[in-house]
Design a protein around this ligand. Structure first.
Ligand SMILES: C[S@@+](CC[C@H](N)C(=O)[O-])C[C@H]1O[C@@H](n2cnc3c(N)ncnc32)[C@H](O)[C@@H]1O
Length: 312
C-alpha cells in the first residue's frame, strides 16, 4: 500500500494528510488541545512513538510539548511509507529544526516496529493504526508497551465529515478516471491540437470533451461532490487552453497524481470504522491483557473520529 503514500509525503509540503490548508504545518486548535491533554502526564525521559506518522505532525506536537515542559522525551515516528520529513521541510527553519530531533523510521510497519519489548511509554496514532491489520498491529503494540504504558489513537469514523468527504472524492475521481470518456476525449483533443488537424476536427474533439465533463457534472449530488469536481477541473482545465506539446506530458502527470489520490482515499475509506469494528480493536487489545476503551471525538462541534485508549 505504501508507494502512493511515499509519493504523497515526499512531494507534498504538508505535515499531515487530511487537511492541506490551515493544518498543513501541524495540528492546531481543538485537535492540538486534545493531543496536548494526552501528553499531560508524560514522564521525564519518556519514550514516545507516533504510529503511521506521515510527515510527522503528531510526533512534532509531542516533541514540542515535551520540550516546552522540560521533559527529555525521545520521540519516534514510524511509517510504512518511504517518508523523509526533514528533506520535505528543509527550507522551513521553524519546523525542520524540531523535525531533526525526532527519530523517523521510514519503510517501517507498525507490525514490525523495532523497539525493545516493554520500552515504549506512549504509542500515538492519528488516522494510521486502523490502516494496519488489526491482530498483528495490536500484538506489536502490546509487545512494546512499557509496564505503565499507554496507547492513544484517533481513528477514522464511518460517520465523520472526513469519511463523507472521502466518499465524495472517491465517487468524483472514479468518474473522471474510470466511469467516463474524459481520458479518451482529453487525449484526443490534446493530440489533435498538436498535429495538423483541421479546425473542424478540433472543434468536434473540443465538444466531445465538454460533453464528457458535463456528463460527470450531471452525476454530482451534493456540495462535497461539487467541491471535488472543482478541485479536479481546476488542475485539468488550463491544459485545454492554448494547447502545446507539453500539455500531453502534463496531462499524464496529472492523471498519475489523480490515481494516487484515488488510492489514498481508497485506503482511507477501507480504514474507517463503524461501532462494530472499533469494538473489534478494543477486544483485540483486551485479549492481550490490556485495558481498552473507546469514545467518539468531536472537534469544532463535528464528529471527527473515534478515540481508542489502551493502558497496561
Ligand atoms: C492517513 S495517513 C496519516 C498520517 C499522519 N498520522 C497524519 O496525521 O497525517 C496514514 C499513514 O499510515 C501509514 N500506514 C498505513 N499502514 C501502515 C502500517 N501497517 N504500518 C505503518 N504505517 C502505516 C501510511 O503510509 C500513511 O502514511
Amino acid at each position: 500500500m505504501s508507494a502512493h503514500w511515499s509519493q504523497f509525503w515526499q512531494t507534498t509540503k504538508t505535515l499531515n494528510s487530511f487537511s492541506a490548508s490551515e493544518n498543513a504545518f501541524g495540528y492546531r486548535g481543538e485537535l492540538l488541545a486534545f493531543w496536548q491533554q494526552q501528553f499531560s502526564n508524560l514522564g521525564a525521559n519518556a519514550q514516545v512513538v507516533d504510529l503511521g506518522t506521515g510527515n510527522g505532525a503528531l510526533a512534532l506536537a509531542a516533541y514540542r510539548y515535551a520540550t516546552q515542559h522540560h521533559l527529555n522525551a525521545l520521540v519516534h515516528g514510524v511509517d510504512a511509507a518511504a517518508i523523509n520529513p526533514c528533506a520535505v521541510f528543509a527550507d522551513e527553519a521553524n519546523i525542520v529544526g524540531d523535525l531533526r530531533q525526532i527519530q523517523f523510521h521510514p519503510e517501517c510497519s507498525i507490525e514490525a516496529m523495532p523497539f525493545k519489548s516493554g520500552s515504549v511509554d506512549i504509542l500515538l496514532s492519528q488516522f494510521a493504526l486502523e490502516y494496519a491489520e488489526c491482530e498483528p498491529a495490536v500484538a506489536a503494540c502490546a509487545r512494546v508497551l512499557a509496564p505503565k504504558g499507554r496507547l492513544v489513537a484517533v481513528m477514522h469514523h464511518q460517520a465523520s465529515d472526513i469519511a463523507y468527504d472521502c466518499a465524495a472524492g472517491l465517487k468524483v475521481i472514479a468518474a473522471f478516471l474510470y466511469g467516463s470518456n474524459f481520458q479518451h476525449d482529453a487525449n484526443q483533443l490534446l493530440s489533435l491540437a498538436t498535429s495538423a488537424a483541421t479546425a473542424e476536427a478540433l472543434s468536434l474533439a473540443n465538444q466531445q470533451l465538454l460533453q464528457s465533463v458535463s456528463a460527470i457534472e450531471q452525476q454530482l449530488r451534493n456540495e462535497l461532490e461539487q467541491e471535488w469536481f472543482g478541485f479536479v477541473m481546476q488542475s485539468f482545465a488550463p491544459l485545454f487552453i492554448n494547447i502545446n506539446t507539453n500539455h500531453q506530458v502534463r496531462f499524464k502527470a496529472l492523471l498519475k497524481q489523480l490515481v494516487a489520490t484515488y488510492q489514498r482515499l481508497t485506503d482511507q475509506h477501507r480504514a474507517a470504522l463503524n461501532q462494530e469494528s472499533i469494538v473489534l480493536w478494543v477486544d483485540a487489545f483486551k485479549q492481550q491483557q490490556l485495558d481498552a476503551c473507546y469514545e467518539e471525538l468531536v472537534i469544532d462541534k463535528q464528529l471527527f473520529g473515534w478515540v481508542l485508549k489502551v493502558s497496561r
